[in-house]
Design a protein around this ligand. Structure first.
Ligand code: NAP
Ligand code: F7E
Length: 330
């Protein structure tokens, strides 16, 4: 009999790649979808026809109890969150309700349905729990033991999710793992995130649909990988004999400027500067200046390794956006 997995955040980037990965591994896949008439429902039904959708919301515990009772999953992947750091400064309370307390609601739903010894649980933790160079310098990159110093309401909410997951593991013996994932991008990345914002703009500039892009801090550095590589790691964590936390990262860091340079190069433009305008609206009240991860533990223990490098990532995202934006050329 095939295993059953429940994915929260099925309409998001990682939900898409994880659902595909699990389906290929012969899982019966359930996806939690929120809201009345969710605008992304049709797209999920088209792109992931094998996923059985269940209506529930991370802030409504009874809906989570219902979802778990309904699908009786072997594995639960909690990917749902308010995941946009900039937005979390505007809406810190709802960010905590979903990204932080939502994790507790889901864990409690597992406990209240007497599934603590049946379900394996994955929590989507993040490199945003680290503060950047100024706060916790790590010579070899941030690993599972690095000091946490979140710099946004999103990061603070994720720290809560991280520790409450660990607490259910230690208190109740739940097989619960947090994957501390560094930035990962793809053709499915939301347009609000800087990589997708850049690749969409680059494609539109190439096609004559726009003439510049407005950005905030170009000096921030991130460890950017490819989402499809990272969801494989999520699954690998739940196949271990013992539940543990793992960092997934590329071990390289690049600035927003580096990303701009590489993306414009893909359309034959060597100097991006005439096309980029600074807009202070995109600066954050507190920034994480530099992130670089150390995924040695995942590489040695899980056999995980990223496949797609920075240059390939930029190329595939630009090519994807060129194909999408072409349809808007008159
Ligand atoms: P994403 O594209 O922003 O997807 C977030 C998902 O959460 C969406 O499906 C969204 O549904 C859902 N959601 C939001 N509020 C909800 C609620 N109240 N109840 C149920 N579902 C809700 O995020 P992602 O990039 O796929 O990331 C997946 C997870 O990994 C997130 O938890 C994120 O914080 C974390 N993470 C991401 C990265 C990264 O670089 N991508 C790195 C580390 C950790 P709607 O479509 O209905 O809004
Ligand atoms: O910003 C800078 C911005 O929004 C990256 C989420 O998936 O990864 C993501 O969080 C950097 C920041 O991602 C603009 O200030 C400059 O330094 O693409 P981002 P993020 O904040 O790193 C982590 C791991 C997660 O867990 C999150 O869920 O780019 N930046 N100018 C800009 N960023 C945006 N979005 N827009 C700009 O115009």
């Amino acid at each position: 009999m095939s295993k059953k997995a429940l994915i929260t955040g099925i309409t998001g980037q990682d939900g898409y790649y994880l659902a595909k990965t699990l389906f290929q591994k012969n899982y019966e896949v359930f996806g939690l979808i929120r809201g009345q008439n969710n605008p992304k429902k049709n797209l999920v039904e088209q792109e992931l026809p094998f996923v059985k959708l269940i209506e529930a919301d991370l802030t409504d515990q009874s809906s989570l109890v219902r979802a778990i009772n309904y699908c009786q999953p072997d594995e639960v992947y909690n990917l749902a969150a308010i995941s946009f750091v900039a937005y979390s400064f505007y809406a810190p309370q709802i960010t905590f309700d979903i990204t932080g307390k939502g994790v507790l609601n889901l864990l409690e739903a597992i406990r209240l349905t007497n599934n603590l010894d049946k379900i394996k649980f994955y929590q989507a933790s993040t490199s945003e729990m680290f503060g950047g160079l100024e706060y916790n310098r790590q010579e070899k990159g941030y690993d599972e033991k690095a000091l946490l110093h979140p710099r946004s309401p999103y990061g603070v909410a994720k720290v809560y999710g991280h520790y409450i997951t660990r607490n259910y593991r230690e208190s109740y013996g739940l097989f619960a793992c947090s994957g501390i994932l560094f930035n990962h991008e793809s053709e499915k990345r939301g347009y609000e995130f800087v990589t997708r914002k850049i690749t969409q703009a680059v494609a539109r500039i190439k096609l004559g649909l726009q003439d510049h892009i407005e950005l905030g801090n170009l000096d921030a550095k991130r460890d950017w990988g490819y989402a499809a590589d990272y969801v494989e790691g999520m699954w690998q964590m739940l196949q271990q004999n013992n539940p543990e936390d793992f960092v997934l990262a590329t071990g390289e860091t690049h600035s927003v400027k580096d990303f701009l340079k590489a993306a414009f190069k893909e359309i034959g433009i060597n100097d991006y500067q005439p096309y980029v305008k600074h807009n202070p609206a995109f600066m954050r009240p507190a920034e994480v200046d530099l992130l670089i991860g150390n995924s040695q533990k995942a590489e040695s223990q899980l056999g995980w390794k990223r496949q797609v490098d920075f240059k390939q990532l930029v190329k595939l995202m630009v090519e994807n956006d060129l194909a999408i934006e072409k349809q808007f050329v008159k």
